[in-house]
Structure formats: structure tokens, C-alpha cells
Design a protein around this ligand. Sequence first.
Ligand code: GAL
Length: 714
Amino acid sequence: MKILKRFLLFCLVFISTEILKAQSITWTEVEPGIWKGVIGKPEEFDLLKVAGAQPYHAGLQQMPKAIFPLAQSEITGRVQDGKTYLRFPLEKKEQIFGFGLNFQTVFQRGKVLTLHVDNYAGKDNGRTHGPTPFYVSSNGYGIFINSARYINVYAGTAVRRDSKIDPEVKDRNLDKTWSSHPYSDGVEMLIPAAGVEIYVFAGPTTLDAIRRYNLLNGGGCLPPRWGLGFTQRMQRLTDAHGVAAEAQAFEEKGYPLDFIGLEPGWQSKSYPCTFEWDKTRFPDPKILVQDMLKKNIRLNLWTNPYVSPAAPVYKDILPYSGSHTVWNGIVPDISMPEARKIFFGELEKGKIDIGISGYKMDEVDGGDNYLWPDVAVFPSGHDAEQMRQTYGLMMQRYTAEIYHQRNQRTFGLVRASNGGGSSFPYVIYNDYYDHRDFITALVNSGFAGVLWTPEVRSSKTGEEWLRRFQSNVFSPMAMINAWASGTKPWSFPEVAEQVKIMANLRMQMMPYWYSAFAKYHFEGIPPFRAMYLEEGFNTDVKAENKKQSLEENPYEEAVTKEVKDQYMAGEYLLVAPMFAGQTSRKVILPKGKWYDFYTGKYAGDGEVINVEPGLDKIPVYVKDGGVIPMMPVMLHAPKSGQKVDIEVRYYGDKPGNYSLYDDDGETFDYEKGNYSFRKIAVQKVNGKIKGSITPAAKGKPDNVGKVIFKAMTM
Ligand code: GAL
């Protein structure tokens, strides 16, 4: 009996130890500083394949050589019952960022998330428009899980028995330091698939890890120049006359306008959609598109993918549709080539082929109460979960491919994306409307390989209208979405002039925005990103000021809290939006000298400043040596080949260096090398400004007219 008991005990201990054991992973360096590990049998239908992501090798080759950034033995996993369990180490002082387009939080350590494509519902729980399974660490590395599944993440919450750090057991009865969240030294994930590919990205900096991720995806998107101008979306039932009148009003009032968005009313029926023009509201769309193009204004079309029985393509696409409907429209299985041919053929015919510049692809995210349920089946055999995680990606990929084939760039909107999508020329938006959270989303977008617009729709007051407009101008897509409200930039007369000044500023800054996007494409640097990615923010300063207590050192206190209401825009700008009701705010300036964008005046160095910018201005600061190329105010983006004068604004004392990007602004010829980065160098010599710009490379597009240099800091 005793022997049997002993044997049973031995078996128990053995089994429980075996459970804790996990398989180590073999890593292969697939690109410089990027390793792929495989565990179990990964599914064919993964994010990178669905997105058709092709690494941008030339960009990756430019990245510094690096060694595997973690202890390989500490990344473990196992496959059991068709599920993959993964574990990644976390150090004590490490912070982690990412896990998609979050709206309220930037620090992700301590979160439990389910990464799930969804319409954002006011809580950062993983359900969002772009739940990219990618995170980066303050220690300078990144992890990507290439799976089109709902992924459960325990981001530094779970504590294992065999943790390297002996868990400190505390007595809640008497110990005041007892915490309901004991220290966890790992990120653990559960993927409902019998295997998965894992990618590890080296730094050395956190930004470098993000760059490698974006470059693995093909590099960030490069919009056409016109995409970076201003866009107005019309009220949903507007007709052709309304569109023409809108364009005219913008021109007469002197507000810039590059593209107009048509909302559901361009279609004969919507929700579900017919994808055909409504003949009463738009009797001759081709003429309308051409007339607008003559004015240098493009049209963008709203749609969702749910097909009405009244749609011309209904019968053809029915066999390639899912089991469930959305608003009683059928859901094309666009993971099948047969469905794609019909569906995207319809988006091209009479739309793209008459000059429609792009699409806004709506409602491909969720929510659960109207989208296909997880029990739905699709003829491709891809299940409802896989379709949910990738529908937005596929909509982006296949529309982008149509434009690519036509050698014409597009820039549109989409409400869902996922990992693998950095190169798609689409910006995410939603129906949620909290200005502060919109800015936090902008901060987080740079961690997720997606673009986000804090769109302006309506406002209670002129003040709110202007504040929202100001931050929208410092975002990937400057837009009023008036589909319900019918608002115009001048809707609040008391701030109409200030709104115009901001819209004009957006246009003046086009060379800066365009170059920032070129760096997104060629170097993987997100054009809009968190302060944590900025050199001189947090760690260095903290180390230096260690001796000071928190009271004496408000900077340390500020940066150790989440900073989610200010961000970096392009190479040199720090943007700190103001929100309605605020007359002053704190701005955290990283180490190094910073200057006021508007006046060039010194603002501070590694400190927290309090600013009262007045209603007219959104606080913006420029790094020492910052170079901001500006063009004259124009109502529309310059056309291909149009020479534009450049005023190079130079801030501070450090010698300024900048790469000004130039190409035709409209085609994909840049992929064949038809572009140039022109080097700008500026410095002050004996109090006088000295600047130079290299000529355009021989035979390459040259849109730069006269160049003048302006020292902003005297
Ligand atoms: C919403 C979308 C809005 C607008 C509207 C039109 O779902 O987010 O921006 O396009 O549909 O019905």
C-alpha cells in the first residue's frame, strides 16, 4: 500500500513538473534583426499572408545589425488540445506598448486583453479596429504573433510557480504593502490554433523594433500628395449638385480642399449596398468626377461590403458568400478569388475606372450585434473568427491592388485593420467621439502599424470645433466627416477664420508631411508616434535627476505616468493638443532644447512647462536643429511636376539636417527608384543663417522651386 502511495505521489509530481515544462523554440533570422520562430503547425491563413506583406529588403538592410534581443531559452511555448500557449520574459523595470489601436491607455503592462477586431466600445480590452498582435518593450525589442485568431494576452499579470523571481508572499491581514497584482515576470498568450509563427524584432531602440516591424510589412504607406491635403465628407444624401456647390463654396471662401467623400447616398440603396450609383442623385457620375478633377478635387466613396439582393452582383456573388447576413445583405467571402473578382470588379467598374480616387470601407470591424456571428461559415472554409480578424485587411489589400495595377496611388479610410497592414494606404476612423481618447489613439497608432484620424464631425461650441480641428490638422488625414451633421469648416462663424488658418497651415506643411510619410515607407518610422519613442524622453533624464525627490522633480513624476495627450509628428514636431474647456496645459519636453513652432522662441529642455496658448493655437514645439519645409498656402495639393517654392524654417542652434522627399506625388514610379531625398543643411554662422539643398537626382522628378531659409530662433 505504502509503495503504491509513493508511486502515485511520484507520478503526480512528475506530471505537474511536465505541465510546467515547455518546448523551446528554434529561431531563424529572416531579415536583419528579425527572427522567426515556429511552434506546432501554424495555420496557412495568417496575417502576413492574408495581407500579402512583402518585406522591404532595401529598408531593412539599412537597419543596424543586431543580436537576438532576449534570452532565447526564456521564450517558451507549447501546443495542447489545438491551442498554443506562449510565454515571453519581462524584466522588472520594463514597460510594454502596443497590442493594437488602444484609445485610453498607452502602458500595456498589467493588462489582460483579447485581441479581437471590433468597433471600439469605450474600453481598452483588446477589442478594437486594429488589434495588431504586436508589442514593443522599453528595453528595445518587439514581438509579433502572426495569427488571424482572437488572442488572449496576459501582459505581465500572470505569476508562475516556477518564476525566476521568487514571488514575495505577503500577509494581507497585517502587511500594508500587500497587492492584488503580485509581480509578474512574463507576457503570456493563448492562441486558439495548433501552432503559430512568432517574430522577434531587435532594437537597439524601441523605435527601431517598430521600424523593423513596419519594414517587414513592406514599409509604411506613401499616400499621394493630395491625400495629405484637406478632405470633407458630405452629408449622406447629397447629390451631384450638392457636391459641385460644396467645391465651389470651399473655393469662394478660400478653404483648401483636396478630396470630397460621398457617404451612403451615392448608392441606389445602402445597408445592404447595391454598389451602383443612384441615378436620381447622380445621373452622370463620370461627368461629375471629371468636372471635379478639372478643379483638382477628387472623390472618395463610402461603402460597406454587405450586398443587397437589389445589387447587380448579388446573384453572381451569392455562391461565394457566408452563411449569415449583415443588415440582411450577404457577406462576400473575399478570401476566395472567385468572390474577389466579382466584388472588387464591381468597385472598379464605373467607379475607380471613371476616376474615383479611393474608398472609405465601413463596418468591417463589428460590433457583435450586427456582424456575422462566430458560428457563421464561409465557403472558403475559413471560419468566422478568421474572417473577422482579416476582413478589413483584405478590403485594403485588394482595393489597393486595383490602384497599384493602374499605377495610381489612393488614400482612403477603413474601420478595421490588423497586423501585416502597415503598407496599406488607409486610415482608421470610428464613431466614437472623445477628443482626448482620439489623441491617445493617435499616440498608439504608431505602435500598431496603422494610421488613425481624430476626425471632426460636430461640436457643441465653436471652441470645441476649433480644438478638434487643430489636432486633426496634425494627423494623417485632415478631415471633416459631415455625413450626419452637414457641418463645414466655417460652421462656427466665431472661429471660422482660425479654422481657415489651421487648414492653410496643413497645406503649408505638405512638404513636411509628405517627407514624414516617405520616411514611414522607406525607413518604417511612424509619422505619428508616442513620446516614449523620442530620444531624451524619460529614462535618460530620470537617471540624471535621480538624486532629486519626486516633489523636486516633477519631470520624473510626469514621465513615469502615462503620457497620452501629446505626441510626435514627423521628425521634429511635438504636438500637445488642447481640449475644450482648457485654457492651459502641461507639456512634457524631452531632454534637449525645444522651441515654439510659431515664434521660434526657446521653450524648455527636459522639463514640464505650463502653457496658455490662447484659443487660436495648438501648442507645437520643435526640436533643436529642427527643419520644417513649408510651401505657400494652396487650395489644392500641387500637381505632378508643378514647381513649388519652399521656405525652410530652422529652429534653435544645433546644425539642422533634413531629407526632403520628392517624387511625382501620384504614381508608383518611386518603387522603380524615380524619387529623390534632397539633403537640406542649415546652420547659423556669426548670427547669420546659412542653408543649402542638394539638387534633385538627375532625371528624377523635381517639384522644388525657389528655396529660402528662415531662422525662426533669433
Ligand atoms: C458609420 C461610419 C460613419 C458614416 C456612417 C454612414 O458607420 O462610421 O462615418 O460613414 O456609417 O452611414
